[in-house]
Design a protein around this ligand. Structure first.
Ligand code: BES
Ligand code: MN
Ligand code: ZN
Length: 497
């Protein structure tokens, strides 16, 4: 997809489709008003006849209009007042979706001209790019027919001359973030027989090779052995694919600057191991590497935006399968931190690969560590598929993530990590058990991780409900790349100030 910012008046712009907004009190945005005049009142007729109410996210496509070569997509914006960031994104997503099955190749969006609370042109143009890129993405890698539903090749965003520079910066950031999201979705959607730990490592290496400021190191099982990662290595015992610990280093600041470390669970297929999962829906456990994919996607975006930060991405990657050599309930292993772990359920494997990676993160003297993992089915029970779960040991870091999540329209919700929950991990035979029983599964999983994150500021995102959609529209969402990129952008701005 190509993107551009246009400051010329609408009637001077060539395209297949002009996107304009209307409010539910029948008020027309300036662009809608101009189009209405040049098309003998087509837009206001829609409203008067009741074909469009102006409710947020409603759309009507006028295929043929007098006085216009282009189609006109009229989008409802909702109440006639500054839009919330959420509603602005919702209107954009609806606009993008309604063009998906049309022949439109080049669209012009005028929606950024509408007022949005607490948003500038940088943000509005960035979100416009992200919304359209999101709807254009379609997985075809293992389909014979590679034709995509969307024919869109170019999106132009109209902006006033005075805002050109902001809109252009926002567009460039939007393109970088969108590419990170689309790589994340692609890696996530790939099947487990293609997307193995070795494949993920190759993909990360490719991302690193595209930036002069990025390097990659891949730790092999022998390296992990030497480091004493007994917990991580126990998970890969049942697998014939070699496990990898992928380390991406992006250096955008002086090496004296402490890095932000992102850790992503990269379980390329989770059958549960000896504590085998039930059959129905097990295919979706190819998505158990979404956290790892999001780390790779975020680092790609950070490098493309040339952020003045040091960011390290760590992706522990393995499969979790039943086998004669696999982890068994009751087995006890020693983690890299020296703490012993009794495996009471081999399906609670994510925390086992993450805990050694958190210990490994210490050597980078991190400013903060944020891990993201499709960690617990319990997170779906607690929060559904709307927000990702947030837990952590530092209120400022959690607050920064919450702020970024609102700006990025990529929601999270914090759960408590109180000391009282820790006793649920008690084991009679080891320093801790790897599960905490029936109650508060998302919290006890985070409690387990917290024991390996005592020496730095740390936050954990449980993305089990948000990283992919189930059912007819099964597919990866690319979350929480928007949130992480916004967090990094906010950190870069703080440096500036
Ligand atoms: N990858 C799963 C978590 C998961 C399950 C994410 C379903 C999304 C949908 C994780 O490895 C797992 O199996 N967790 C167990 C933990 C339990 C054994 C304490 C779970 O959630 O059932
Ligand atoms: Mn599992
Ligand atoms: Zn898992």
């Amino acid at each position: 997809m190509d993107y551009s910012i246009e400051t010329a008046p609408l009637e001077k712009l060539q395209s297949d489709c002009i996107i304009v907004g209307v409010y539910q009190d029948k008020h027309l945005s300036p662009a809608a008003d101009a189009i209405n005049t040049s098309t003998q009142g087509m837009v206001s007729q829609l409203l008067e006849r009741g074909d469009l109410s102006g409710k947020n996210g409603e759309t009507v496509l006028i295929n043929v209009a007098p006085g216009s070569h282009a189609r006109i997509l009229v989008v409802g914006l909702g109440e006639h007042k500054p839009l919330s960031t959420k509603n602005f994104c919702k209107a954009l997503a609806a606009a993008a979706l309604s063009l998906r099955k049309t022949p439109v190749k080049h669209a012009v969006s005028t929606l950024a001209e509408c007022a949005v609370t607490d948003a500038d042109w940088n943000w509005k143009s960035r979100q416009t790019v992200q919304a359209f890129a999101d709807s254009v993405y379609q997985y075809t890698h293992t389909k014979s027919d590679k034709a995509t539903e969307s024919k869109l090749e170019k999106l132009s965003i109209t902006a006033p001359e005075a805002q050109l520079a902001f809109a252009q910066t926002g567009m460039a950031q939007g393109v970088a973030i969108a590419e990170g999201i689309s790589l994340t979705k692609f890696l996530s959607d790939l099947p487990g027989n293609i997307c193995t730990p070795s494949f993920l490592a190759e993909q990360a290496s490719q991302v690193a090779s595209q930036s002069a400021q990025m390097t990659v190191t891949i730790l092999e099982e022998a390296d992990m052995e030497e480091l004493g990662m007994g917990s991580f290595l126990s998970v890969t015992r049942g697998s014939r694919e070699p496990a990898k610990l992928i380390c991406l280093h992006y250096q955008g600041a002086a090496s004296s600057e402490k890095p932000i470390v992102l850790v992503g669970k990269g379980l390329t297929f989770d059958a549960g191991g000896i504590s085998l999962k039930p059959g129905p829906g097990m295919d979706e456990m190819k998505y158990d590497m979404c956290g790892g994919a999001a780390v790779i996607g975020t680092l790609k975006a950070a490098a493309q935006m040339q952020l003045p930060l040091n960011v390290i991405g760590l992706v522990p990657s393995s499969e979790n399968l039943p086998d004669g050599n696999a982890n068994k309930p009751g087995d006890i292993w020693t983690s890299m931190a020296g703490k012993t772990i009794e495996i009471l359920n081999t399906d609670a494997e994510g925390r086992l690969i993450l805990c050694d990676t958190l210990t490994y993160a210490e050597r980078f003297n991190p400013d903060v560590v944020i891990d993201l993992a499709t960690l617990t089915g319990a997170c779906l029970v607690a929060l559904g598929r709307i927000p990702s779960g947030l837990l952590g040991n530092d209120d400022d870091l959690c607050q920064d993530l919450q702020t970024a999540s609102e700006t990025a329209n990529d929601s999270i919700w914090r759960l408590p990590l109180w000391e009282e929950y820790q006793e649920l991990l008690q084991s009679n035979f080891a320093d801790m058990a790897n599960i905490g029983g029936k109650d508060a599964g998302t919290i006890t999983a985070a409690c387990f991780l917290s024991r390996f994150a005592e020496n730095f500021r740390w936050a954990h995102l449980d993305i089990a409900g948000t990283a992919w959609r189930s059912g007819q529209n099964k597919g990866a969402t690319g979350r929480p790349v928007p949130l992480l990129c916004q967090y990094l952008l906010d950190r870069a701005v703080k440096l500036d100030a």
